[in-house]
Write a protein that binds this ligand. Structure first.
Ligand SMILES: [Zn+2]
Ligand SMILES: [Zn+2]
Length: 169
């Protein structure tokens, strides 16, 4: 899964990856987001000197929660990717150069870490059901998009305050 045969790539100079990562793949547990459809991975892999260049796109849909009112929302995941895998670098050197390390040994390049990293960076941290979401009432917990509770009015409307004073008097 998501592995590049480097010996084959050396012969063909170019490989295309067109795969799906299932919605129940262990990959998602490490990402902490729940997809509602498989991840489509379409990548084009080439050598550039000793580097391996990977370009393409990742696509799926995620199940998220509105940060204000907590209802389930879905968000499209659409990421263009452009990765460079370079041999002979330490992890730190690779990080500084914003490239991935290409293992010096082995005939296989596993793209799963790069895919995971890209998705982690792209998952929205603050999903919202809509820009105008009114959230939950901080006092009674009612979803203010759906109902209008009396809490705020009682706080804000001076007539209610006056009425309450009358009642307590
Ligand atoms: Zn909301
Ligand atoms: Zn309320």
């Amino acid at each position: 899964m998501l592995k590049v045969d480097l010996l084959l790539l050396a012969r063909t100079h170019r490989l295309e990856i067109d795969q799906e990562v299932a919605a129940d793949d262990p990959l998602w547990q490490q990402i902490g987001a729940r997809p509602i459809e498989p991840l489509t991975v379409r990548l084009d892999v080439q050598f550039a000197g000793r580097d391996v260049i990977v370009r393409g796109a990742l696509q799926s849909r995620l199940a998220l929660t509105c940060r204000r009112c907590l209802v389930p929302v879905t968000a499209g995941l659409e990421e263009d990717v452009a990765w460079v895998f370079r041999p002979g670098l330490t992890k730190q050197q690779a990080e500084d150069a914003e490239v991935f390390t290409l293992p010096d040994r082995g005939d296989e390049l596993d793209l799963i870490d790069a895919v995971r990293e890209q998705i982690v960076l792209s998952v929205p941290q603050y999903a919202m059901c809509s820009e105008s979401c009114r959230g939950l009432c901080p006092q009674c917990g009612a979803n203010l998009n759906v109902v209008q509770c009396d809490c705020q009015e009682a706080e804000l409307d001076p007539r209610w305050a006056a009425l309450r004073r009358l009642q307590t008097d």
